[in-house]
Design a protein around this ligand. Structure first.
Ligand SMILES: *Cc1c(COP(=O)(O)O)cnc(C)c1O
Length: 426
């Protein structure tokens, strides 16, 4: 029909590629599909967006701003950089993240376009089409998006809300087969705000070691933990397991739009050998690295950022998390799980106890209609009857939002009220 006899096209039928058609970001697909009609009498509060810069209460430090301006004005960073990243920028990343258990040089660092770009390269160097990768469930949606594009199977290992979002190790182990390419670990985590203890990471490393599987550790929230919790990089624990650690400036430095990320290669057993390093190099040549202006600013960003900068945003995330936890744990029918770090908060909903909605999608839609508050439905993480909210809003907005969630739940609650005290998980 559309073909000439020799198979050439006889009319315009330009199709999107199979790969493009296979590529879906569940958050976009699900959120864009919701019909959201906010209550016109109440200002809209989006608790759904994992971008800490959106509300104006958190922004980059003066030192960073000046550093990037100096780079721009210096006119020396406008050309192509090496595909793996500018040598002095890679050296700065190596220095920043070297630890005694995992000393790094610039050769162990690959720069990428955002932490997402780093994750893409790390997955691509480890997995072939038809392979499976173990990912946290609920987990950051990009792992599944990339898996869909490249025909990897993303197998979710359960995180347990009743255990502060620790991984279900038995479940993780049960998913491993001869096609498993790597285990993806994310601590501190999105969407849960879970932080794995040293012992828990040791247990995960033991599984990886038993099956000789490399770990892809997404540490974009490195160091972003609340007092009383400790951040451990997987590389500091993985004595006998190779690890590709993916990180970036996005969250800790409050610049997700700058698109600067990295891979740190930790290979204590020489398991990656030259091949994986060369593979990363090959992959880096596809797009020749991230923006050189930001790359060139990295050394000073690391050395000049005052420590108060980090604590200021963590204080905001923690204060909001506590405020949300205190409020939600007294709302019958809700089950908040206190995060240990990052900038998110998950709470469960006992759907049987509410009238007017039957699942997380209907809960968030109705909450927008009545209270103009938008939470991200758990469906985005294939985790029904939970919702994710962010802890990065100004305090007044967070207070207003939880107050409205409380009113909303009170109006729709139909169970007995004897659960009203302390139904949260800390
Ligand atoms: C935000 C986020 C990223 C993406 O970082 P970019 O640098 O913006 O690409 C990666 N992993 C997790 C878990 C995230 O929440």
């Amino acid at each position: 029909m559309a073909e000439l006899p020799n198979g050439k096209r006889s009319k315009w039928t330009v199709r999107a590629s199979d790969m493009a058609n296979r590529t879906h970001n569940p958050i976009r697909a699900i959120v864009d599909g919701l019909k959201l009609e906010p209550n016109p009498d109440k200002d809209f509060i989006a608790l759904s967006l994992g971008d800490p810069t959106l509300f104006g209460n958190l922004s980059i430090c003066e030192e960073m701003r000046e550093t990037v301006c100096d780079v721009v004005n210096g006119m020396k960073s406008n050309g192509y950089g090496p595909a793996l990243g500018l040598e002095f920028a890679r050296a700065a990343v190596a220095k920043q993240f070297s630890i005694p258990e995992s000393p790094l040089t610039s050769k162990d660092v690959v720069l990428g376009c955002g932490c997402s770009g780093a994750i893409e390269m790390a997955l691509l160097v480890l997995a072939n089409p038809g392979d499976n990768v173990l990912v946290p469930w609920p987990g950051f949606s990009i792992y599944r998006t990339l898996a869909g594009s490249y025909q990897f199977e993303a197998r979710g290992y359960k995180l347990l809300p009743e255990k502060s979002w620790e991984a279900d190790l038995e479940h993780m182990e049960s998913l491993i087969d001869e096609k498993t390419a790597c285990i993806v670990v994310n601590s501190p985590s999105n969407p849960c705000g879970g932080v794995f203890t040293k012992e828990h990471l040791q247990d995960i490393c033991a599984i990886a070691e038993r099956y000789h599987l490399p770990i892809l550790s997404d540490e974009v929230y490195a160091g972003m933990v609340f007092p009383g919790h400790t951040f451990h990089s997987v590389a500091s624990i993985a004595k006998n397991v190779p690890v590709l650690t993916c990180g970036g400036l996005a969250k800790r430095y409050l610049v997700p739009g700058w698109r600067l990320g990295w891979i740190l290669i930790h290979d204590p057993m020489d398991a990656f050998k030259e091949e994986v390093r060369q593979g990363l190099m090959n992959l880096a040549t596809r797009i020749l690295g991230p923006c050189t202006l930001v790359q060139a600013a990295i050394p000073k960003i690391f050395t000049d950022t005052p420590s108060e900068f980090y604590t200021k945003s963590m204080d905001v995330f923690q204060a909001n998390a506590e405020l949300i936890y205190d409020a939600l744990s007294h709302i019958p029918g809700l089950f908040p799980v206190m995060p240990c770090g990052a900038m998110y908060f998950m709470f469960g909903i006992d759907m049987d106890k509410f009238v007017g909605f039957n699942d997380d999608m209907e809960f968030v839609t109705k909450l927008v209609e009545e209270e103009s508050v938008f939470c991200l439905p758990g469906k985005c993480f294939e985790y029904p009857n939970f919702v994710r909210i962010v802890t990065s809003l100004p305090k007044e907005k967070t207070v207003a939002a939880v107050e409205r969630i409380k009113d909303f739940c009170a109006r729709h609650y139909c169970g007995s009220a004897d659960m009203a005290e302390g139904n949260g998980i800390k």
